[in-house]
Design a protein around this ligand. Structure first.
Ligand SMILES: [Zn+2]
Length: 125
């Protein structure tokens, strides 16, 4: 993944401007504490992460279609469990559990996408 691209900043959860500082206090996609704790400013380039009050509520509109695209097929699969092969009946609860486990990385990625829609990469700030 090439530094300077939006994908780099989003998938590595790095500051969109310098792509060096971490977006979250507890870095990584699969974490189970301090899930949405972010520093007020980038620890490296001092880019403000608290752009305005309620800024990150817009991240809900990024994660919502992704959640729908994940859960609607699961619900349809759940209604057709009687007519499908027994293997899927065993796998189905695991799919539900796995999709709930994806909520934390999804919330973090939605915030990173929102920040990248607002702030562009700058090689020298
Ligand atoms: Zn930065």
């Amino acid at each position: 993944m090439k530094k300077g691209t939006k994908q780099y900043s989003i998938l590595k959860l790095k500051c969109p401007r310098c792509q060096i500082g971490n977006l979250f206090n507890n870095p990584g996609l699969f974490v189970y504490k301090d899930i949405l704790e972010m520093p007020d400013k980038c620890p490296h380039c001092k880019q403000d992460f608290k752009i305005e009050p309620g800024f990150y509520s817009a991240a809900l509109w990024i994660s919502y279609p992704i959640v729908l695209a994940t859960f609607i097929p699961l619900v349809i699969l759940g209604f057709s469990l009687d007519s499908i092969h027994g293997f899927f009946k065993f796998i189905y609860p695991l799919l539900i559990l796995f999709s709930f486990m994806l909520q934390i990385p999804l919330m973090r990625l939605a915030r990173a996408i929102l920040l990248n829609m607002t702030i562009d990469y700058t090689a020298k700030w």
